[in-house]
Design a protein around this ligand. Structure first.
Ligand SMILES: Nc1ncnc2c1ncn2[C@@H]1O[C@H](COP(=O)(O)OP(=O)(O)OP(=O)(O)O)[C@@H](O)[C@H]1O
Length: 644
C-alpha cells in the first residue's frame, strides 16, 4: 500500500480514470494546523439561590491537522457537522490566519501573492440577481482581467495558450475584449452553464428577488467566476450544499476536470455519494472534535481502517457514509465514551505509516502576511462596469420602479387631500404641511436604503477584496445610477405643491422641487452611511432612529433655538431636517396672508437670506455622508483582508 509520504512524493502522474491527461506535479501545498482556538463566553442561567454567571473559556476547534495537496489532485475534507471543515479550509487557504501552525507553498512560506494564485469559493453564493450568468461573468472578466496588473498563476497556461507555455512564469497581459469574451464562453462551457447563460440569476438577491437559475447553476456560476483567471489553487467551502446527489456529483466532476489542468482543488463536503467519493484523489477526515482520523489517498482509506483498526466497510456500502459514521458521535451514546473513541481514531492515525512523517514546524509567519491582491482593471473601467451593472439593475427592477412611483404619488396625494389649497390660508397650515412633508421624507429617504444596502455592501466588499471592484468607482457609479430615482421626490413634491396651493410662479415651483430633491438625496446618503456600518438590515433599522430622531428634534421647530444647550447646538448644524425645513418655509412664507410670514419667521427664527446657504449645506452633508460611506467601505475592505 502507498503511504502518504509515497503519495506526496509521487512525482509523476495522477492515474485516476477521469484524469486521462497525465499531469506532472508542479506545485505542492502543505499545512500543519497545530491548533485553532476560540474564546467563548458561557452564561449560566440563574438557579434557586444562585445568580446568573458568565465565564470565558477557550474552545479548541482543530488539533494537529497536517496534510498536503499537489497539482492535479482533488482533495476532499470530510467530517461530521461542526468538526471544523470550514475552519480548516480557511486556515490552509490563509483566509483565516489566527491559528498556531504553518502553511507552505512549494516548500516556502507563502507570500502575499498567494492570495492572487488561489481562489476561495464561499459556501453562501452572493450574486446580483438581475444579471444573467453571461453578464455576470463578463463583468468579472473585464474587472479582473482587463488591467493585467494582477500576477497570474505561475505554470498554468493562459486561456488558449499551448501546453508548452506551462511552467513559465508569466504576467497577465492586458486581454483584448475578444479574448475576454472567448474566456467567458470557455468558462460557461467548462461548468456547463450554456443552457441558462442568458437567464436572469434571480434567487435570493436582496434587491431583485425573482425566480432565476437553479441552486446547482448558482454554484456552478460561483465556481465559474473563480475560473476566469487560471488560479493554481481553488478552495471551495461546501460547493454542493443544498444540492441533490446528481447535481452534487456533476459539480464534483467539474472540479475533478479542473484538476486535469494542473490545479490543486480542495473542497469541504458534507455527505458525498459513493460516485462522488470515487472522484476524490485525496481525503482528509476530521473527527467530530477536530482531529485527524485520516489524511491520504481516498482510494486507500477503507483498507487503512481495516488494517489499522480492523473495521471493515460492508459490501455495497457508500465509503463516504462508512468513514463519516466512524468519526461522528453516535446519538444516545455518552459523549465521553464517543470522545474516547475519537482519541483512539486519531491516535491510530498518528501511529500509522499513513501519517505525514515530517510535519511542518509550527510557526506564525502567516500571521504577518498581507493580502496583496491588487485590482484588475483601471478605476475608469471599474466606473464604467459599475455604471453598466447599476443601469441594468435600475432598468430590470421594474417592481421597485413602479412601487417607488406609486408610493411617492400616494404620499403626495395624501398631503394634497389633507391640505387641499390650504398652504396660503394661515401660518399653522403651511408650517404643519412643510414640517410633516420633510419629516416623512427623512423616513422614506433612509428606510429604503437601510433595508437594501447592508446586503449589497457584503457582496461588493467581497468583490473589492478579490480585486474585482474598487470602492471609489463603485461609489461614484452607484450615485449616478441611483440619481434617476429622483423622479420619486419630484413627483411627490409636485403633487404637494399644486394640490396645496403654493406660489403658482413656475420659477418658485422649480426651486421648491430642487430643494426637495436635494433634501431627499441627503437622506438617501445618510441611509447609505448608516447601512455601511451595519451587518444586516435589522441592525441598520435599529440604529437608524438614533440618527434621524436628533435631526428632527433639532429642526428648529420643536425647541426655541436659544434654549438649546451650547454643547448640543452642533446637532442643528448637521441636521438635514433643519436645513430643508428652514429653506422651504423661507421660500413659501410670502404666500401667507398679512404679516403672518414675518410672524412665523420670528417664531421659528429662520433667516430667509440664508436660503442659498441652506441648500448648499444639504449638498455638503450629502457629500459628507458619501465620503463617510466610502471610508467605512475601505475599513471593511481592510478588515476583510487582514488576519481574522
Ligand atoms: N468564532 C467562533 N467562535 C466560537 N465557535 C466557533 C467559531 N468558529 C467556529 N466555531 C465552532 O467551531 C466548530 C467548527 O465550525 P466549522 O464551521 O468549521 O464546522 P464545519 O465542520 O464546517 O461544520 P458544517 O459542516 O456544519 O458547516 C463549530 O462547533 C463551530 O460552532
Amino acid at each position: 500500500m502507498m503511504t502518504h509520504e509515497d503519495y506526496k512524493d509521487a512525482s509523476v502522474v495522477d492515474q485516476t480514470p477521469t484524469n486521462n491527461l497525465a499531469v506532472k506535479i508542479q506545485h505542492k501545498l502543505e499545512w500543519h494546523v497545530e491548533s485553532f482556538k476560540v474564546q467563548i463566553r458561557r452564561s449560566r442561567a440563574p438557579g434557586k439561590g444562585t445568580a446568573s454567571t458568565t465565564t470565558q473559556t477557550t474552545k479548541t476547534i482543530l488539533q494537529k491537522v497536517a496534510g498536503c495537496a499537489v497539482s492535479g489532485e482533488l482533495t476532499a475534507i470530510l467530517g461530521p457537522s461542526g468538526a471544523g471543515k470550514t475552519t480548516l479550509l480557511e486556515c490552509i487557504s490563509l483566509r483565516n490566519r489566527n491559528f498556531d501552525g504553518c502553511v507552505q507553498y512549494d516548500g516556502q512560506a507563502p507570500e502575499g501573492r498567494f492570495f492572487t494564485l488561489s481562489a476561495f469559493v464561499h459556501q453562501a453564493d452572493m450574486l446580483y440577481g438581475f444579471l444573467t450568468p453571461r453578464e455576470h461573468l463578463t463583468f468579472h472578466a473585464i474587472a479582473r482581467m482587463s488591467g493585467g496588473s494582477r500576477t497570474a498563476a505561475r505554470g498554468l497556461p493562459e486561456p488558449g495558450a499551448s501546453q508548452t507555455s506551462r511552467g513559465q512564469s508569466w504576467q497577465a497581459e492586458k486581454m483584448s475584449s475578444e479574448s475576454m469574451a472567448r474566456r467567458v464562453e470557455e468558462v460557461i462551457a467548462t461548468v456547463k452553464l450554456e443552457k441558462c447563460a442568458d437567464t436572469l440569476i434571480g434567487g435570493s438577491d436582496p434587491v431583485f428577488n425573482v425566480k432565476g437559475i437553479s441552486g446547482g447553476e448558482r454554484k456552478r456560476l460561483t465556481i465559474a467566476t473563480e475560473l476566469l483567471q487560471t488560479n493554481e489553487i481553488i478552495f471551495l467551502d461546501e460547493p454542493s450544499s443544498g444540492l441533490d446527489s446528481v447535481m452534487s456529483e456533476s459539480i464534483f466532476q467539474t472540479l475533478k476536470d479542473l484538476t486535469t489542468q494542473g490545479r490543486i482543488v480542495i473542497a469541504t463536503v458534507h455527505c458525498p455519494s459513493s460516485k462522488t467519493y470515487h472522484l476524490f484523489s485525496n481525503l482528509i477526515l476530521l473527527t467530530c472534535d477536530g482531529r485527524l482520523a485520516y489524511s491520504g489517498p481516498a482510494a486507500q482509506a477503507l483498507s487503512y481502517f481495516q488494517a489499522a483498526l480492523g473495521i471493515e466497510c460492508p459490501q455495497h456500502y457508500n465509503p463516504a457514509d462508512f468513514v463519516l459514521e466512524l468519526v461522528s458521535a453516535e446519538p444516545g451514546v455518552p459523549l465521553q465514551e464517543e470522545l474516547r473513541r475519537m482519541d483512539a481514531l486519531s491516535l491510530a492515525y498518528a501511529q500509522s505509516f499513513m501519517k505525514i512523517q515530517n510535519p511542518l514546524p509550527a510557526d506564525d509567519k502567516h500571521k504577518a502576511l498581507h493580502d496583496v491582491r491588487g485590482q484588475g482593471a483601471s478605476d475608469w473601467v471599474f466606473f464604467k462596469l459599475n455604471l453598466w451593472r447599476g443601469g441594468l439593475q435600475l432598468a430590470r427592477d421594474r417592481i421597485t420602479l413602479i412601487l417607488w412611483a406609486a408610493v411617492s404619488a400616494l404620499i403626495g396625494a395624501l398631503f394634497g387631500v389633507l391640505y387641499w389649497q390650504l398652504a396660503a390660508s394661515n401660518w399653522r397650515n403651511l408650517m404643519g404641511l412643510i414640517f410633516s412633508a420633510v419629516v416623512g421624507n427623512v423616513f422614506t429617504g433612509c428606510l429604503g436604503v437601510v433595508m437594501r444596502f447592508p446586503m449589497e455592501w457584503t457582496l461588493v466588499v467581497r468583490e473589492f477584496s478579490s480585486g474585482a471592484n474598487a470602492v471609489g468607482p463603485y461609489m461614484i457609479a452607484r450615485f449616478f445610477t441611483t440619481l434617476p430615482l429622483s423622479y420619486g421626490p419630484v413627483l411627490m413634491s409636485s403633487i404637494i405643491y399644486w394640490c396645496t396651493g403654493m406660489d403658482p410662479d413656475a420659477g418658485t415651483y422649480l426651486i421648491f422641487v430642487l430643494i426637495f430633491v436635494s433634501f431627499n438625496w441627503s437622506c438617501f446618503s445618510l441611509g447609505q452611511w448608516i447601512s455601511s456600518f451595519s451587518a444586516n438590515p435589522l441592525v441598520a433599522m435599529t440604529i437608524m432612529p438614533g440618527f434621524v430622531t436628533p435631526m428632527i428634534m433639532f429642526s428648529g421647530l420643536l425647541i426655541e433655538r436659544s434654549s438649546v444647550p451650547v454643547w448640543l447646538a452642533w446637532i442643528e448644524d448637521v441636521s438635514v431636517v433643519n436645513y430643508a425645513f428652514d429653506t422651504l418655509m423661507a421660500q413659501q412664507m410670502h404666500i401667507l396672508p398679512g404679516n403672518q410670514g414675518e410672524v412665523v419667521q420670528q417664531f421659528i427664527q429662520f433667516n430667509p437670506r440664508k436660503m442659498g446657504w441652506n441648500v448648499g449645506m444639504l449638498w455638503i452633508l450629502t457629500a459628507a455622508f458619501q465620503v463617510l460611506t466610502y471610508v467605512n467601505l475601505r475599513v471593511r475592505l481592510r478588515a476583510s483582508r487582514s488576519v481574522k
